[in-house]
Design a protein around this ligand. Structure first.
Ligand SMILES: C[S@@+](CC[C@H](N)C(=O)[O-])C[C@H]1O[C@@H](n2cnc3c(N)ncnc32)[C@H](O)[C@@H]1O
Length: 266
């Protein structure tokens, strides 16, 4: 059974695309860290064919094109509006990538099509990570490398606990446990697997500001659905009251992201 409703999530990303960059402080931090760690993992790497999987507005595709100017970049996303933003970002700098509108869980590429596949904060949306990693592996050349960031258990723990204080029935975590990444990558046949975890806490001046930012990047499952399940002003106010228990001494509201970076070879 699907965990994510793909049509609904694609529509959210489509709607978010134009304002995504203004709301993507976490995504910008994580992409920067992913590419920095990749340098350490694959020193001397000189890929010719690179895929940015779940490219969003193209920050990884852009960085890859600047780092490897002779490489051909493919930018894949299932949101057409995100791809429009990617094209605009690249063309402003005289860069280009091949845009592919497709589901990352049904890759439309031939075997061994890429030397490097990079994916930042997209694979937590996969309904079947095991199968997706297997398909990605088929798309890698024999010396190919996969580098991705995702989210693990503990992500949004304050949001989750605060909603649970309001309504016991709504909550279940969609995030993998940290130790499952290595197991899944290994079962898919990857070698030389390296997993790095990082806790990022972003502080907000209000709970509304926090949820608006999530909505602003199109993360509908993390925010909108909870509003939908718990409709009504009173329930939202109860949620805000529950969140008070996490309030920091300086008055800020923290939001925790457990980020996992995975690097592996075919
Ligand atoms: C949180 S954004 C990250 C975007 C970009 N990688 C970045 O670092 O800014 C997730 C992106 O993955 C895309 N996405 C989510 N599920 C997808 C799927 N099954 N197939 C293709 N793209 C998907 C969304 O449209 C969105 O652009």
């Amino acid at each position: 059974m699907s965990v994510f409703d793909k049509n609904k999530s694609r529509r959210s990303f489509d709607r978010a695309a134009v304002h995504y960059d203004q709301n993507a402080q976490l995504q910008q931090m994580v992409a920067t860290n992913l590419l920095r760690h990749l340098e350490g993992f694959a020193q001397g790497l000189a890929p010719h064919l690179i895929l940015d999987l779940g490219c969003g507005t193209g920050q990884v595709a852009e960085a890859m094109q600047l780092r490897y100017p002779d490489a051909d970049i493919t930018a894949l996303d299932f949101s057409k509006q995100m791809l429009v933003q990617t094209e605009q970002r690249l063309s402003k700098q005289g860069l280009r990538a091949l845009s592919v509108c497709a589901d990352a869980e049904q890759l439309p590429f031939k075997e061994a099509a890429f030397d490097l596949i990079v994916s930042s904060l997209m694979l937590q949306w996969a309904n079947n990570l095991e199968k997706t990693l297997l398909d990605i592996q088929r798309s890698l050349s024999s010396e190919g490398i996969l580098a991705f960031s995702s989210l693990s258990e503990g992500t949004l723990k304050e949001v989750k606990a605060s909603w649970e204080a309001v309504d016991q029935s709504v909550h279940s975590s969609n995030f993998q446990s940290l130790d499952s990444f290595e197991r899944i990558a290994s079962a898919a046949g990857y070698s030389n697997i390296s997993v790095i975890s990082e806790t990022i806490v972003i502080n907000y001046s209000s709970v509304r500001e926090m949820l608006l930012e999530m909505k602003g990047i199109g993360a509908s499952n993390a925010s909108n659905e909870r509003f939908k399940g718990l409709t009504g002003k009173q329930r939202f106010e109860a949620f805000e009251r529950a969140f008070e228990s996490f309030r920091l001494t300086d008055g800020a509201f923290p939001c925790t992201w457990e980020v996992t970076y995975v690097f592996c070879a075919k």
